[in-house]
Design a protein around this ligand. Structure first.
Ligand SMILES: Nc1ncnc2c1ncn2[C@@H]1O[C@H](COP(=O)(O)OP(=O)(O)O)[C@@H](O)[C@H]1O
Ligand SMILES: [Mg+2]
Length: 357
């Protein structure tokens, strides 16, 4: 997967066991590294960036910083949980990776950053839940874990299992129990202490899977980082739409440009049925389109509800990676429509990220 020097960080350091739950495990990387590097006679680890990340403050301008080795930052957000944000983020990352950089003509290099600190799902969606701890570079940056050719980083890689019966160190049942400041610190380190370069090349685009809601994480991201675009995911229900409006208002407040909206689980096309009439299981998308129009935000696409999308996610893979014949065989027109619409959304997003104005 990668061949960096392992500095022997252990999941013990990232434990959120009840005894240690007030400590931010990421913060503790530093002291461990120091011990480790002193043992190895290397002196203190040096950070790639000399400037420390700044905390959001009430007064005084906050300097936004680029993420090292990342050209564009694309947030995938929503007001609400469970609308398919992480699923869209992962599949969008693969859909983008299948495209070319409009400026260089080379395949886009894409990574995923999971900023859902309390409910990280990227390790599972990327089939990396048992991949072990990330390695560190000589200067103490965290190296992403890679599967299906896509590098990713998540809080889920940095916590250990609290289940003593777990033999494979599965930590999916381990809660993070932190207050706001610890969350902010963890977000800063996930933003600024990950080394996204590989073989001397950085990423064209980092897809950031956001947590639901309008809390600390989107605020910290918007205040500290230059975000190039945000894709807002919603489902058709009014309850999801009202949260989407709040999410958009917040992102606009922190000057994050909204690239567009994706309506997920928009309808269902029954694979075995003779007629391909969309079934609007969660209601028709009229209100969604009205909201998009009122807010003057483009709709990037509507994704149907597809059994295979969920099954691929549970298997730790992306529906974008399935071949089209198997998509058609198992999910029929719905699967094909999902694939087409996701690819179109990726095309529009790439066009917006690299637009020449
Ligand atoms: N278009 C879709 N078709 C079928 N299942 C979907 C679709 N979008 C999301 N899901 C499923 O819905 C559940 C919630 O998705 P998830 O991406 O975890 O939501 P969120 O990140 O917004 O909380 C997952 O089981 C996922 O596989
Ligand atoms: Mg999620």
């Amino acid at each position: 997967m990668f061949a960096p020097r392992r500095l022997g960080i252990s999941r013990r350091l990232f434990s959120t066991s009840p005894r240690a739950h007030h400590e931010n495990p990421l913060v503790r990387i530093d002291s461990n590294l120091r011990d480790q590097s002193l043992k190895e006679g290397q002196g203190l680890p040096k950070r790639g960036q000399s400037q420390a990340p700044q905390m959001p403050r009430k007064s005084g301008p906050i300097q936004r910083r680029p993420i090292a080795n990342v050209d564009k930052v694309l947030a995938v957000a929503s007001g609400k949980g469970g609308v398919g944000k992480s699923t869209v983020a992962v599949n969008l990352a693969f859909a983008l990776a299948l495209r070319k950089n409009p400026q260089t003509g080379a395949s886009l290099r894409v990574g995923i950053l999971d900023l859902d600190i309390f409910g990280p799902s990227i390790p599972t969606l990327m089939g990396l839940q048992n991949a072990g701890e990330p390695a560190l570079t000589d200067i103490g940056s965290i190296l992403p874990l890679t599967n299906h050719g896509l590098p990713c980083m998540s809080m889920g890689f940095l916590i250990r299992s609290t289940n003593p019966a777990s033999e494979d160190n599965d930590n999916t049942d381990t809660p993070i129990v932190w207050r706001g400041l610890m969350v902010q610190k963890a977000v800063q380190q996930l933003l600024f202490d990950v080394d996204w370069s590989k073989n001397g090349q950085g990423l064209d685009v980092l897809v950031v899977d956001m947590p639901p809601g309008t809390g600390d994480v989107p605020l910290t991201l918007g205040q500290l980082v230059t975000v190039d675009g945000a894709v807002i995911v919603s489902t058709p229900q009014d309850v999801a739409l009202s949260d989407v409006r709040k999410g958009i208002a917040m992102l606009r407040k922190v000057s994050v440009p909204i690239t567009g909206l994706i309506l997920n689980q928009a309808y269902y096309l029954c694979p075995g049925c003779k007629t391909n009439v969309p079934r609007y299981l969660f209601g028709k998308p009229d209100n969604f389109h009205k909201v998009a129009q009122r807010l003057e935000i483009p709709v990037l696409g509507e994704l149907p509800l597809v059994e295979g999308v969920s099954a691929s996610a549970d298997r730790g893979s992306s529906y974008m990676l399935n071949n089209l014949a198997s998509v058609e065989a198992s999910d029929g027109e719905g699967g094909l429509t999902w694939r087409t619409n996701m690819a179109r959304a990726a095309e529009q997003i790439a066009g917006s990220l690299w637009k020449t104005t």
